[in-house]
Design a protein. Structure first.
Length: 214
């Protein structure tokens, strides 16, 4: 599946991202690939969607598929998504390409009333790693993986919207363990009582052995 590059790095300051819509056309963009650091050329004609391309051709796999891009666009514009057969998330805010430390989240959905936040990862080629899921859960996110592997990249926006919003077969939800105030203290207290009970049983057993010998 073809990948498109929509953000390049400034050649003079590679910490600075340049969006395709802000770049000068052609080699005048003076950008390099965020993946392999090779020279990029900005293609901003009218026949195709504007994007960057490697100037000399490359086997670099950096970039984004059109299916991935369209999915983010749909989720940003929508206000609800079916999580599973029983639950629907209504969200008041959607941000794309959210940075958390050294991680980048495809879409973050928030409900400002319930204070829920969902990290949505759209899978088109590579699956979501267990490590990233665990790290996002520790940050308090619910993690929703949407698997679009095998879908035709020429799918219509209406069809993809129906799948993203209503279908649950392509979704996998990971949720943080609920926090109960005082749970840790109760667990520790319970462990102490178990140890006391064990010691009492040991003493009783020892006393019974002495009585039998006597």
């Amino acid at each position: 599946m073809r990948r498109y590059i929509f953000k390049g790095l400034s050649r003079s300051d590679q910490t600075k991202e340049i969006l395709i819509e802000d770049a000068a056309n052609g080699l005048a963009c003076d950008c390099v690939c965020p993946g392999c650091k090779a020279t990029l050329v900005a293609k901003q004609g009218t026949e195709r969607i504007p994007h960057f391309a490697h100037y000399t051709g490359s086997s670099c796999r950096y970039g984004e598929t059109m299916l991935h891009l369209l999915a983010k666009k749909i989720l940003k514009a929508a206000a609800r998504i079916k999580l599973d057969d029983e639950r629907i998330l209504y969200y008041t805010n959607a941000e794309v390409e959210v940075v958390e430390g050294d991680m980048r989240i495809d879409v973050v959905l928030r409900n400002n009333i319930t204070h829920e936040k969902y990290a949505v990862e759209i899978v088109v080629t590579n699956s979501l790693s267990d490590e990233k899921i665990e790290r996002l859960l520790r940050l308090g996110y619910n993690v929703l993986e949407i698997d679009l592997k095998g879908f035709d990249e020429n799918i219509s926006e209406a069809e993809l919207s129906e799948i993203l919003i209503e279908d649950t077969d392509c979704k996998c939800l990971f949720e943080p363990e609920p926090y109960y105030p005082g749970k840790a203290e109760k667990d520790e207290s319970g462990l102490k009582w178990m140890m006391v009970a064990f010691m009492v049983l040991m003493v009783i057993g020892f006393v019974n052995v002495i009585k039998k010998k006597g």
